[in-house]
Design a protein around this ligand. Structure first.
Ligand SMILES: [Mg+2]
Length: 273
């Protein structure tokens, strides 16, 4: 096959920090939106190899990377609101192996007891995968082209990477993580990636310096941060998302219905007699 035989060893410093890698599918691994355009299994299998490969964002790099990750005992998964069979067909054809991605690591609404859908985020999928593989959130990398998914995933503490819809997941995207991640003291980057953790950490360290406490308390504050973070998350959703919210669209409709009601009321009252 047309492997580009990357020297993946140079990613080892990054890879040793993360144990689970989760990708979105539509507009992340593939250039098209297979769910929105209702792609069928036959559409995927009947494509010429060239056209098939052309539908994927960076197929050779992705395939080699996944094989390298698995070889290093890492876990890989796809979390999508698309259809299981379609994703499975793409992956089986790409890897020429139907064991790399299967029911265990392709998470979709039609394959999962949790019927998540577009409009929510993917935190519950990330939580389920984290539990299944017993991997902490800070050891997970998540790639997705939808902002709500990547933003909310940050609340869990995962390394959440927003994918440009026009580019998808490519070698360039992957390598953009590497130099930044090596310098873990890069304050700006830490704030960007794990801002909830960082905010509470900053507050706590400020308190510590005020009290002139010794370094042992750092360990305790780390524990406190984890507990604090856990308590903010109920089955993957922040408390605020559980509360009932009326968005602008509903408000517009309520206003329209109210105006119609008033017009009808006065019409009957004054003109119909
Ligand atoms: Mg997507």
């Amino acid at each position: 096959m047309d492997s580009i035989r990357e020297d993946f060893h140079r990613y080892d410093n990054f890879i040793k920090k993360y144990d689970l890698y989760i990708w979105d599918f539509d507009l992340t691994l593939v250039k098209i939106h297979t769910y929105a355009t209702e792609v069928k299994e036959e559409d995927v299998t009947s494509l010429s190899w060239k056209k098939f490969m052309n539908q994927l964002s960076d197929p050779v790099f992705f395939r080699d990377l996944v094989i390298y990750l698995i070889g290093n005992k890492k876990k890989v998964a796809i979390a999508s609101f698309g259809k299981y069979n379609i994703i499975k067909t793409y992956m089986d054809r790409l890897f020429n192996d139907n064991h790399i991605f299967d029911k265990h690591n392709i998470i979709t609404p039609d394959q999962n007891i949790r019927h998540l859908r577009n409009g929510t985020d993917k935190n519950q999928y990330i939580i389920d995968l984290s539990r299944e593989y017993n991997i902490n959130y800070n050891k997970i990398v998540f790639f997705d082209d939808t902002l709500i998914n990547t933003n909310n995933a940050k609340d869990l503490g995962v390394l959440s990477v927003e994918i440009n819809k026009n580019e998808g997941f490519t070698k360039r995207v992957w390598e953009s993580l590497i130099p930044k991640e090596i310098d873990t003291n890069d304050k700006e980057m830490n704030e960007k990636i794990i801002y909830p953790l960082n905010e509470s950490k900053n507050k706590d360290t400020n308190k510590n310096t005020d009290k002139n406490t010794d370094k042992n308390t750092d360990k305790n504050t780390d524990k406190n941060i984890n507990i604090e973070k856990e308590s903010n998350v109920i089955e993957g959703f922040e408390n605020k998302t559980l509360s009932f919210m009326i968005n602008d669209r509903y408000l517009t409709w309520i206003n329209i219905i109210a105006i119609i009601f008033i017009i009808v009321y006065f019409y009957f009252k004054y003109y119909l007699h």
